[in-house]
Design a protein around this ligand. Structure first.
Ligand code: 5GP
Length: 206
């Protein structure tokens, strides 16, 4: 499938700073739009249906799987999460850049379907730093943190399958890296020819 917009897929172990980086990018760049996933987990805190996620019951999720409504879906931390076709195709066909913040299994599935998707993996600078970020967050018990770190080791082992790697040691540097990846896609020949059609015509470039 060829869409005018770019599809960016960001994966990272929990605590690596993925959500904060994507949030900062969205605030800076209105041309990038998030895709809202479906999940069977319950809303947390101030989360709103249709904003952070579409919260679905197990049977609603099953029905969407049966109707082939997902581009990808996966079990993550004992719940199901999925990206609906509708969530990304509508936006991308209008030329927007869409960013997905999903787990590595979903990211690799997306790459198989959309070969032009740009996959980005965010690494923590060290295991010690990841542990202390999870501890500072104060959301999880010591046992849950141990489980998250075990899962993280499995996730990090997949980094070689991604197009780009950002090491989130300094937030500003990592945000600069993410912006650079997004910007570089817009400088590709086909993207420039589409975005700057008049200039290309004036230069007699077919
Ligand atoms: P949380 O419940 O903390 O919001 O998200 C848990 C994990 O699920 C995160 O790694 C998040 O990126 C991932 N996730 C969120 N939406 C999707 C999705 O649509 N597909 C997949 N595969 N993972 C998702």
């Amino acid at each position: 499938m060829d869409y005018p917009g770019n599809l960016f897929v960001v994966a990272a172990p929990s605590g690596a700073g993925k959500s904060s980086l994507v949030k900062a990018l969205l605030e800076l760049d209105s041309h990038v739009q998030p895709s809202v996933s479906h999940t069977t987990r319950a809303p947390r805190g101030q989360e709103k249906h249709g904003r952070e996620y579409f919260f679905a019951s197990e049977s609603e999720f099953d029905a969407m799987v049966r109707a082939d409504a997902f581009v990808e879906w996966a079990h993550v931390h004992s719940h199901r999460y999925g990206t609906s076709k509708k969530a990304i195709e509508e936006r991308m066909s209008q030329g927007a850049d869409v960013i997905l913040e999903i787990d590595y299994q979903g990211a690799l599935q997306i790459k198989k379907i959309f070969s032009n998707a740009v996959t980005i993996f965010i690494l923590p600078p060290s295991w010690e730093e990841l542990r202390s970020r999870l501890e500072r967050r104060g959301e999880d018990s010591a046992t849950v943190i141990d489980i998250r770190l075990e899962n993280a080791a499995e996730e990090v082992a997949q980094v070689g399958q991604f197009d780009f790697v950002i090491i989130n040691e300094s937030f500003d540097r990592a945000l600069f890296d993410l912006k650079s990846i997004v910007h570089s896609q817009r400088l590709k020949f086909l993207a420039q020819r589409r975005a700057r059609a008049q200039t290309f015509q004036a230069l007699h470039i077919p």
